[in-house]
Design a protein around this ligand. Structure first.
Ligand SMILES: [Zn+2]
Length: 213
């Protein structure tokens, strides 16, 4: 988990929105390899092991969420190019979130664009060089903390889409399977037989970080 992502995390428990705090035991290239993330409000703590933040045990996601046929390297690069184009990534700023099987494109997308990639519930053994998070039901991120997001079929639910719409900044884009409908906060830009891409038009409200001028 990259240290720059810690301030974007929010406690998944039902209480007032608040930042989480991290305690790092091993840090390599600004990535917390081993450590702990905790909530000062409710006292919950979660482990970071081998670079992945475990809000849930990955094994509890079941085989259907984590298994995916090994993708052909050429297909992976084409998928990364498509993701970069649909998310309008003309520069290397911000964080892009890839959920589930979308994580297969993480390496190619990062080398193609230079952007910081965060993968959520990736298939086993995939995208291990990137910040990883295992979580159930929704994304625990603050408003406007991501530049773009791509969800796969296992994450095509109202709760995941609603949390992705909050996490992506206004003007950023979300890609999701056509099996789910576009939430009200998003404006559809295009779709094919498999996915739609939509832009965040309505900024949600949330915590505003105070910074020195
Ligand atoms: Zn909490």
């Amino acid at each position: 988990m990259h240290v720059d992502l810690i301030e974007s995390l929010r406690c998944p428990h039902p209480h007032a929105d608040g930042w989480l705090v991290a305690s790092a035991d091993v840090v390599v290239d600004r990535r917390i390899v081993h450590g702990t993330v905790g909530c000062p409000i409710c006292g919950a703590e979660w482990a970071i092991t081998e670079g992945a933040l475990h809000i849930i045990d990955p094994s509890s996601l079941g085989r259907s969420a984590l298994s995916h046929p090994i993708a052909d390297p050429g297909d992976v690069r084409a998928d990364a190019l498509r993701t970069a184009a649909l998310l309008d990534m003309r520069d290397a700023t911000g964080v892009v979130l890839l959920a589930g099987a979308s994580a297969y494109a993480a390496d190619a997308l990062a080398s193609l664009t230079g952007v910081l990639v965060l993968v959520v519930n990736p298939p086993a053994g995939v995208a291990r060089a990137h910040s990883r998070l295992y979580v159930r039901d929704a994304l625990p991120f603050g408003v406007g903390s991501m530049r773009g997001a791509r969800l796969d079929g296992a994450h095509a639910t109202d709760a995941w889409l609603e949390s992705a719409s909050r996490a992506v900044l206004r003007g950023g884009r979300v890609i999701a399977p056509v099996s789910c409908s576009v939430p009200p906060a998003l404006c559809e830009l295009a779709r094919d037989a498999h996915e739609w891409v939509a832009e965040v038009r309505v900024a949600a409200s949330g915590l505003v970080p105070l910074r020195r001028g």
